[in-house]
Design a protein around this ligand. Structure first.
Ligand code: BGC
Length: 579
């Protein structure tokens, strides 16, 4: 106990003494996060006193993990060359594994982790994500997303664990514990970020960054508990959300960020803005609301630093606010130990995508599968003479992994280190396995047809249903419906495996098929799906969302979950069959 208090005191002394030496420019620099390309020249790191680097979509830092580390270490040397030598911290969107590095272990998206209901497994997966993130040069991740989605039309439903507040609380805690490890200064720990604060999943019609209308009683009851839990677990950062809450942009919501999160809840870490949060949500109003670090990307960098400086000089932004922000950032840097160990080292590189890591991801895939119907067709017998596998999703690790995989919006191609569902089926089946990608074959004498259909990958905004882009639907495409019809209409025993980032309206396909499995977005270990289909393991997963029966249920503001009790789902929350 004493030791803990002492070290906390020591950190505070170091922070105070460093802060006392800093000029306004140096302070604003610490409050700035930029990409390692385009936003800045490498010289800017030193001359503009940059505090943090983000890697997300865009040019890679290199080809190999060693090259990624080398690039970040080069930038770090620039930061250390400054008068006060304050090191950078490096952040990445490691949403389901270190998904920006091809070859890393990719876990099921959080919706699948929600279906496992297994906190211990979520913690293990987060531990691995931390290790593989450190191995590629990062000490900060922008996860977990602890939204409570209230409308399946939102294109980020899969980033969240569940529609259930208590389940989200439990798994959010596990995720933060796994990412941050026993101590933040451990070489395998990363700073975790709870996001997006708050109301991201509860916007009208599920529009990304839209309007959330919810009174404070409901916000406190439904949305805040997971934040309270992770703040109590010492989460290092919280990201402000793109949405407004009752008309006020969350980035400028002083009551929620300063009074409730930092005040009432006692959050001592860093509040980081989301993408271009400064220019999009009211400039200095964002800082005054309590945001400590700005993602000053895509042209925002100079206008942000200059705008904030003018704000402080004119008295619009109090110096006490700047000092609070910088103290929080420095505090985390000391806690992380980056002053003592500023450089990424090669030791963890061999851990990327190892068998041991993939074994945990395979367990997550198996436990995430939810069996919604089974008329004695599953488990499939390995000794069946002929099995037909249908659908491009069956043989494509990009399609099975969803957004935030290799690319921001995901990939439609196979990627390094991953296996597919078809690979798994071929590993286990002893008879003939035919792959009929587009349901054009005529092997109607097959013992079973495994039809893998679903959504193509998407991420934020692009994945919203309705709204500006409207590229997706709450049901299967006509082409995928045809795949199911092709075999089901011929009386072949049909197993439908749905790959999706949210529950879809699949009432008809559930009726048509002999068995129906919600597989979510399994990630790199697609072959593990087959282990459950063939009964090597039993089904364990339960629905983390209630399952809609019709699209009409989604006309209004909220889906058929805890909010609108007049809507009856097809399957209730936590439904799931077993053998
Ligand atoms: C997303 C965040 C993400 C950030 C950085 C934003 O557009 O909303 O979740 O962490 O980009 O890539």
């Amino acid at each position: 106990m004493n030791k803990e208090i002492l070290s906390e005191q020591t950190i505070q002394l170091k922070v105070d003494s460093l802060l006392a030496k800093m000029t306004l420019d140096e302070k604003i620099g610490q409050m700035t996060q930029v990409r390692h390309f385009e936003d800045i020249s490498e010289e800017d790191i030193a001359t503009k006193y940059i505090g943090s680097i983000i890697h997300t979509q865009g040019p890679l830092p290199g080809d190999t993990p060693a090259e990624w580390q080398a690039k970040f270490n080069r930038l770090q040397r620039k930061a250390l060359s400054t008068r006060l030598g304050i090191p950078l911290i490096f952040g990445v969107d490691a949403i389901h594994g270190q998904n920006t590095f091809e070859g890393a272990t990719i876990f099921p998206h959080n919706i699948g982790m929600g279906a496992t209901g297994n906190a211990e497994l979520v913690e293990k997966a987060a531990r691995i994500t931390a290790i593989e993130s450190r191995a590629t040069g990062f000490n900060w991740v922008f996860s977990p997303c602890i939204a409570i989605p209230y409308n399946e039309k939102w294109g980020r439903v899969y980033e969240a664990f569940s529609e259930s507040t208590p389940l989200t609380q439990e798994l959010a805690k596990a995720s933060v514990l796994g990412l941050q490890g026993a101590f933040l200064h451990d070489s395998t720990s990363v700073m975790a970020t709870a996001k997006h604060f708050i109301g991201d999943g509860a916007t009208d019609y599920g529009h990304e960054g839209g309007e959330t209308h919810m009174d404070m009683v409901a916000v406190r009851e439904r949305l805040l508990p997971p934040y309270i839990t992770v703040v109590n677990e010492g989460v290092s950062s919280v990201m402000a959300s793109f949405n407004s809450l009752n008309g006020i942009p969350m980035h400028a919501h002083k009551e929620l960020i300063t009074d409730i999160l930092k005040g009432e809840m006692g959050f001592e870490g860093i509040v980081v803005s989301d993408w271009k949060g400064y220019s999009r949500f009211g400039e200095n109003a964002v800082i005054n609301a309590g945001v400590d670090m700005i993602m000053a990307v895509e042209g925002d960098f100079e206008m942000y630093q200059e705008g904030l400086k003018r704000g402080v000089e004119s008295g619009e932004v109090p110096m006490s606010r700047i000092d609070d922000a910088v103290s929080r950032i420095l505090h985390k840097k000391f806690e992380m130990g980056v002053f003592d160990q500023p450089f990424a080292t090669g030791g963890l590189i061999p851990k990327i995508g190892t068998e041991a890591h993939r074994k945990v991801a395979k367990q997550a895939v198996r436990e995430s599968l939810v069996l919604l119907k089974n008329n004695n067709v599953l488990p499939i017998s390995p000794s069946d003479k002929k099995i037909v596998v249908v659908g491009e999703h069956a043989n494509n690790s990009g399609l099975q992994s969803g957004g935030w995989t290799v690319n921001w919006q995901g990939s439609t191609e196979n990627y390094k280190g991953a296996s597919t569902i078809l690979d798994g089926i071929r590993n286990i089946a002893q008879g003939t396995v035919l792959y009929d990608e587009n349901a054009s074959g005529e092997d109607f004498d097959a013992d079973a047809a495994i039809i893998v259909v679903g959504e193509t990958p998407y991420a934020e905004s692009f994945g919203d249903i309705g709204g500006e882009m409207n590229l997706y639907q709450l049901h299967l495409t006509a082409e995928h419906q045809r795949y199911v019809d092709h075999y089901a209409n011929q009386g072949v025993k049909t197993v439908v495996v749905l790959i999706s980032g949210r529950p879809l309206v699949t009432t008809k396909q559930i009726q048509q098929s002999d068995a129906f499995v919600a597989a979510w977005l399994p990630g790199s270990e697609g072959d593990a799906v087959a282990e459950v289909l063939f009964g090597v393991y039993n089904f364990k997963g339960k629905l983390p969302h209630s399952w809609p029966k019709s699209e009409e249920d989604y006309q209004g503001k909220y889906g058929p979950n805890l909010w609108d009790e007049s809507i009856t789902p097809l399957f209730p929350f936590w439904f799931g069959l077993t053998y």
